[in-house]
Design a protein around this ligand. Sequence first.
Ligand code: CA
Length: 224
Amino acid sequence: MSDASIWLVEDDRSIGAALLRTLLAEGYRAQWAASIAEARALEGVPDLVVLDRGLPDGDGLGLCRELLEQHAGLRVLMLTARTDEIDVVLGFDAGATDYVAKPFRLAELLARIRAQLRVGVVGRQQAVEVGDLQLDPGSRRVHVAGEEVLLRPKEFDLLARLADEPGSVVRRETLMSDVWDSHWFGGTKTLDVHIAALRRRIDPTHGPSRITTVRGVGYRLERP
Ligand code: CA
C-alpha cells in the first residue's frame, strides 16, 4: 500500500518539510498542513494522518476526533512531545491508533507508518456474530441486539480480535501485539483502559459483562 494517502499535520517547518520529502520519496501520496485550518482544507480522503498535538490554532486531539467522525477506519498516528501517561491515554481515547514521542527516529516512524497501513488493509475480514453481537470488519460497524454501537478505532480492533476466538481466552500479550504495535512502549495499562471503555459501550445495563477478565492471563469474549 505504498501509494497510500498520508496527511501530515505539523507546524514545525523543518520537521514538516523533511517528513513530507521522505514520505513522497517512499511513494506515498503525502500532503502537509501546518495548522488545523490548513488540515481542514486538504482535499481527498487520507488512509493515515500523522498528527502533531501542539498546533498554532488548537490541540490536535480535537482535529483527531473530527477526522475520525468524517472517515471511518482512518488511522491516526500522533507525533508529539507530550509523553506523560495521561497524554498518551487521552490520545488513544481520542481515537489515535499509534503514538510516537518527539524527538523520534525516522526509521522507526516509517516502520510504524507501514504497520498502521497494514492494519488498515488486513482489517477487512468476514462479518462475525457472537450471540446478538454483530461485528463487520468491512464497514467497521458493530451492532448489539440490532442497535448500532459506535466504537473508537482501537476499541473496534480489540473487539474484533476477541471475536476471532469467542469463548477462548486471548492473552494480554497477544492483544497488545495484535491490536497495538508489538514494540509499544506504554505497558499494558492501555489495554485495561480500552477494555473498560468497550464494556461501557457493548455490555447490557444489567447482568454480567460480555468480556470476562481472566486474571493474570487475558480476556475472553463470552459466547451466549
Ligand atoms: Ca507543534
